[in-house]
Design a protein around this ligand. Structure first.
Ligand code: 5GP
Length: 178
């Protein structure tokens, strides 16, 4: 894979290990929701690759939808202000919602989404994130299903980007700027 000038990638999670973990998450979700219908809500754009693999490892009737949130700048970070850029197309009232995220960092985005889903009358709301950076957390969020805990490093690949690049890489890699 060609990197951009001044950037280097160091693999952190290999594609095969990600696949193995996603399969086991899917099995657990299948068991936990047996007899129920699921609505998986992917948070765009970073979760789309994870979401695509995850739904194929879940053996239940399910529907999917997506939301996009504003990325907040330094000024709004501490206040926890998060804005919806693209809302759901389906109602969540009475449904079992599983929010699918790429990485939980400060927790501000998921904290907002979690409260939002509950206030819209979902029967249940759980969160599934591929990656977790616990050392960066500012607000506690219930992380029901987690792929991997990673150190406080900026990562790309498997859907995650920097300036829209590297989403197509099969591995998750550290981005090193030289
Ligand atoms: P939080 O509200 O938890 O701070 O924000 C989580 C969001 O920040 C993720 O959905 C993702 O968009 C972005 N983010 C956090 N850490 C990383 C990272 O290491 N790499 C990339 N590409 N995005 C990240």
């Amino acid at each position: 894979m060609q990197t951009f000038p001044g950037e280097r990638l160091e693999p952190l999670l290999r594609h095969q290990d990600i696949q193995t973990r996603v399969q086991s998450l899917g099995k657990r979700i299948t068991l936990d929701y047996t007899g129920k219908e699921l609505l998986l809500v992917g948070i765009l754009k970073g979760s789309f690759v994870f979401m695509a693999d995850l739904i194929r490892s879940i053996d239940l009737p399910l529907a999917i939808d997506f939301m996009a949130m504003s990325s907040y700048g330094a000024a709004t970070k501490s206040s926890g202000v998060v804005r919806i850029l693209k809302d759901l197309e389906q109602g969540v009232d009475g449904r079992h919602v599983l929010v699918v995220e790429d990485v939980v960092d400060t927790g501000l985005t998921l904290n907002y989404i979690y409260g939002h889903m509950r206030s819209r009358g979902a029967a249940s709301v759980k969160i599934c994130s591929l990656l977790d950076k616990p050392s960066r957390r500012q607000v506690a969020v219930p992380l029901h299903y987690k792929g991997f805990e990673i150190p406080d490093e900026f990562v790309v690949g498997y859907g995650l980007d920097v300036d829209e690049r590297y989403r197509n890489l099969p591995d998750v890699s550290r981005l090193i700027r030289e």
